[in-house]
Design a protein around this ligand. Sequence first.
Ligand code: NAD
Ligand code: TYD
Length: 371
Amino acid sequence: MYVEHPMTRMSKPILVTGGAGFIGSNFVLEWLACGKGPVVNLDQLTYAGNLANLANVYNDSRHIFVHGDIANTKLVERLFAEHRPFAVVNLAAESHVDRSIHGPGDFIQTNIVGSFRLLEAARAYWIGLPEGERASFRFLQVSTDEVYGSLEPGAPAFQESHRYEPNSPYSASKAAADHLARAYYRTYGLPVLTTNCSNNYGPYQFPEKLIPLCIHNALAGRPLPVYGDGQQIRDWLYVADHCSAIRRVIEAGQPGETYNIGGYNEKTNLDVVQTVCKILDELKPVAHHSSHIAPYASLITFVRDRPGHDRRYAIDARKIERELGWRPTETFETGIRKTVRWYLDNTNWVSNVTSGAYREWTVKQYGDRVV
Ligand code: NAD
Ligand code: TYD
């Protein structure tokens, strides 16, 4: 039997950080669409944050957007005092592994210092709450499967008890934040929950990540860069399934617990790119179609590997299914088709986010990588 978290049915807001990013904006849009109550959305609008993602809720009085940094203690304290949220979902982060390799500083600042300051402000607010509200308050730290490190082929998928072995500055910074979140539960009793999720894909993902990058490049006739031999394995989860899992954990998760979230979709990177190509061949065939080679797949280009590249991630998501009754609804085949279609239908969104700064990044990242 699952008990719905009582506060979600009341009109108190939820504080979402990073709600203009990929997962955050999907989460905010769905939260409002589900009639779950108001949202205070705190986002610094880095290159990855985009208000256009939230265009459908511009005029929705239940959505309060605040432009700011989670590390700005004064601002965050004021938001807690003014809006009195019943829960926090911390999605604000620097999230791209390749950027963390080029420059880890921002990752340390936002993912570690920022999460620490947010936890501190949440703790100060939570201590002052009346008893009932203190018991039902939740702080959800959204994390990644990358904190567990790399799996050998055939090794069992990551369970929640897997040791932390982060290998990139990104995953190390996320691991540090998870440890802080855990310590705030153990030391202070702050009702913290942590979720570790596999690779997301879907609408509004910035085209620096594998799937949107390949769709974007394919449509422009540019190379589809596959790192190393392309045999690295990731588990892929459609973003709406991640959002429903987060809602479920807020409603029914046990404070102090960690829940792994995954899609049961282990794929090699090469498989993923080839699948994207096949769907594009079908939905947007190029003019001169060769009868032998799928035209988009002919753009696949193997490039030098990412340093420290984790070979395989796989998520064992049975705990969240057993304890909270959550399972993903999309298979990779259904989710990737929806995703490709979304990018084809939203070329304006893509043109807007792939500005001058985006081009500078792609030159820095791929300029010398084609082998
Ligand atoms: P994203 O990069 O698309 O969005 C991050 C958002 O955070 C952006 O809107 C950005 O402006 C905002 N932000 C950055 N620094 C901030 C700061 N200091 N203060 C306030 N806002 C700030 O990331 P995403 O893919 O949506 O990921 C969201 C969260 O989910 C991250 O914590 C990430 O580690 C985690 N996660 C992502 C995936 C994935 O596949 N994308 C998988 C597992 C976990
Ligand atoms: P990415 O989307 O960057 O997510 P993450 O590093 O968080 O898993 O990359 C997914 C996989 O795709 C990863 O193994 C790296 C690989 N990759 C490429 O092969 N080529 C690319 O251009 C990018 C961006 C990623």
